[in-house]
Design a protein around this ligand. Structure first.
Ligand code: FAD
Length: 551
């Protein structure tokens, strides 16, 4: 009789359980054992910040499966509170410790899947032991218990990444005075500065205090002390200073670790040992663009790669396409999302890129409730191939980033965006959807029809003698303008040509659209003119972001 395949999986959440359940569907006769050191399997980590504030009030909703349910449907042998303490690749076995009884034992495997996740980065600051972190359901219980203490009035969150911002929203909505302390020049530093500024404003408008370029130096029983000397009131201290791959086990077993600190895998999720596969936050991801490896601790990738590990184990040919890092964060109804390369990532990688900004409506302007979306799209200046996109706004941000992520995955160009046939009725979008509009704006820039200048190059251009013309209405101009601009309404441009220089002219409007029209009018009269990309809105967001940390 042929011995059934025995697969051991370390870690029973996103990557681990995806691997386990997929493998069962592929191989009914396999023996599948999952070791999970925590009390729960298959829990919804992403929901934890919302459990703290009772947005998700029923704790059981977070527990998607139990060992019993996984056994009855999938015949998966899940052993919780059981920690794998070592891996012996040469004998194909793991040593495990039952965390309740203390009993140790050995389990053999034919194939092993590591999905041990990532752990919160520990800061080396005196007093930091008092800080809570959020990785699993028990952590969430502890944070919830702390915030439900009647005496808790204030909280300091160290780190304004996704988890820090989500928790800040939840604490603030419970009436707790919340300060986000962040080392970077802007919160959610993965975004380009101008694309996260509106989210920073949304946080502040809702009562969250932002401390940027701020270095905590100690934590006392009531405060977090910053290097600047400021003392931030903190009945609760929460550390959200990023995560790092939890791969000590893999490293001790001699598996190859990449330069990012994540476990190295090939495009079939195989580690340096042919019998050991890995997925999720412990693993470094292949970049879909530019080929760089990176740590991308996101749930989609953990699930997808867990499934692909199972496919590879079952002998199905898989070829992972790498990661785009598509992500979204929301707070107080405002959302910011990104996919592919940001401009700062493209610069860091030395990748040539063109940039466009636009601010279309979330749906038809005449239909109630339309809100502005701010979009930034990067593309290759030679081929037009899409490289990345960022979006923010109150409505429709997720849909646009998902379309753009799909477009990047498919290898589309910025011109292709003009031709995407997207669903439209006035409450959902526009006949020319925001993504189509990105195509039009991109085509104008890519084809050279409308030369542009970016917000961060404007000051230098003005210093070098450029003339700046604000083509909005006089009322808009009076409500706020860029220093040095003169105002000629786009509708009156043809009658005021004598006021326009012949060369080195920059025009701008609110969002770039009337600026595009003005550019074409003036070019028609032989003027050398560029449009301020994204208009006043992008310039204001970018310069406001910089001003936050320049004083
Ligand atoms: P995990 O899901 O973390 O599972 C790893 C498991 O391995 C853990 O349960 C751990 O106990 C276990 N383990 C580790 N070592 C051992 C050992 N030696 N023996 C036995 N068991 C072990 N991603 C998004 O895309 N969107 C979101 O909105 C989002 N929100 C998040 C919010 C929070 C609070 C957190 C913590 C994460 C969030 N994430 C989000 C990230 C997402 O949850 C992870 O990318 C995903 O869970 C990673 O899956 P994984 O299998 O690699 O690790």
């Amino acid at each position: 009789m042929i011995k059934p395949l025995k697969v051991v999986i370390i870690g029973g959440v996103a990557g681990g359980m995806s691997a386990a359940t997929r493998l069962r569907r592929l191989k009914e006769d396999a023996q599948i054992i999952v070791f999970e050191m925590g009390q729960h399997v298959s829990y919804a980590n992403c929901g934890l910040p919302y459990f703290v504030s009772n947005v998700i009030s029923n704790r059981d909703e977070l527990l998607l499966q139990t060992p019993e349910s996984l056994w009855s449907r999938f015949r998966i042998d899940v052993r919780v509170q059981t920690m794998v303490t070592s891996i012996a690749p040469e004998s194909r076995s793991v040593t495990v410790k039952n965390l309740v009884s203390g009993e140790e034992s050995t389990e053999s495997y034919d194939k092993l899947v590591i999905s041990t996740g990532a752990k919160p980065r520990r800061l080396n600051i005196p007093g930091i032991e008092r800080a809570l972190t959020l990785r699993n359901v028990l952590d969430a219980d502890a944070v919830k218990a702390a915030v439900e203490t009647a005496s808790l009035k204030s909280a300091a969150i160290i780190g304004a990444g996704f988890i820090g911002v989500e928790l800040a929203e939840n604490l603030s909505q419970m009436g707790i005075e919340t300060t986000l302390i962040h080392r970077g020049a802007s919160a959610l530093s993965m975004f380009d500065a101008e694309m996260i500024e509106p989210m920073q404003s949304a946080l502040e408008e809702n009562g969250i205090k932002l401390r940027l370029l701020a270095e905590p130096v100690s934590v006392t029983s009531t405060e977090v002390v910053l290097a600047s000397g400021e003392r931030v009131s903190a009945g609760l201290v929460f550390s959200a200073a990023g995560v790092e791959p939890d791969n000590a086990l893999a490293a001790a077993a001699g598996l190859e670790i990449g330069s990012t600190g994540g476990l190295k895998v090939d495009h079939q999720q195989r580690t340096s040992d042919p019998n050991i596969f890995a997925a999720g936050d412990a693993v470094e991801k292949h970049g879909m663009l530019g080929g760089n490896h990176a740590l991308v601790p996101l749930a989609n990738l953990a699930n997808r790669h867990g499934r692909q590990a199972a496919d590879a184990i079952a002998g199905i040919q898989v070829e992972s396409r790498g990661a785009l890092g598509t992500a979204i964060v929301g707070a107080f109804g405002f959302a910011a999302a990104l996919t592919g390369l940001t401009e700062k990532a493209a610069i860091a990688q030395g990748l040539p890129h063109s940039v466009i900004h636009l601010h279309p409506g979330s749906h038809a302007g005449y239909f109630p409730g339309a809100k502005r979306i701010s979009l930034k799209v990067l593309f290759d200046p030679t081929t037009g191939k899409l490289l990345g996109a960022q979006a923010n706004g109150f409505d429709g941000v997720d849909k646009r980033i998902d379309v753009l992520s799909t477009a990047i995955y498919a290898g589309l160009t910025v011109d292709d965006l003009m031709d995407l046939e997207l669903a439209y009725a006035p409450q959902f979008g526009s006949a020319k959807d925001a993504v189509n509009q990105a195509g039009y704006v991109g085509n104008n820039a890519f084809s050279g029809m409308t030369p542009t200048v970016q917000w961060y190059d404007l000051a230098k251009a003005l210093e070098s003698g450029a003339q700046l013309i604000d083509v909005r209405t006089a009322t808009e101009f009076a409500a706020g303008s860029i220093p040095g601009a003169i105002n000629i309404d786009v509708n009156e441009l043809r009658g005021n040509l004598e006021r326009v220089a012949d060369a080195n002219v920059i025009v701008h409007c609110a969002v770039g659209q009337r600026g595009h029209v003005a550019t074409q009018i003036l070019r028609g009269f032989g003027k050398e003119v560029r449009n301020l990309d994204g208009g006043y809105a992008t310039w204001l967001a970018g310069t406001s972001a910089i001003q936050r940390t320049s004083s």
